[in-house]
Write a protein that binds this ligand. Structure first.
Ligand code: ZN
Length: 90
């Protein structure tokens, strides 16, 4: 079963376009959503290990995904609209 305290999110490898799942603890995500930090993404596809800073589109996708899946409606409203999330892979 999935651990609900860990958020997993598909990212697309910039080298080959394959999707892989990255994850971070929900606590870490919520803390970084509330601060002004860049989102660092890592690909874990079979062929590449690439790290990059998330684009604006990727940031908004992560925010929306996290809010939709992991937060009750009242908490979604408190997330900042523009987020800079530091995304680390366990
Ligand atoms: Zn790749």
């Amino acid at each position: 079963m999935m651990d609900e305290s860990v958020v997993r999110f598909p990212v697309r490898c910039p080298m080959c376009g394959r999707e892989s799942l990255v994850g971070s603890s929900l606590d870490t995500i919520l803390m970084t959503l509330a601060t002004d930090r860049p989102i660092k993404l890592y690909s874990k596809c079979a062929h590449h290990r690439v790290a990059w800073v998330a684009s604006d589109l990727e940031r908004s996708q992560i925010r929306d995904y996290t809010a939709a899946v992991y937060l009750p409606p009242a908490d979604r409203l408190r997330l900042p609209a523009v987020t800079h999330l530091y995304w680390s892979v366990a």
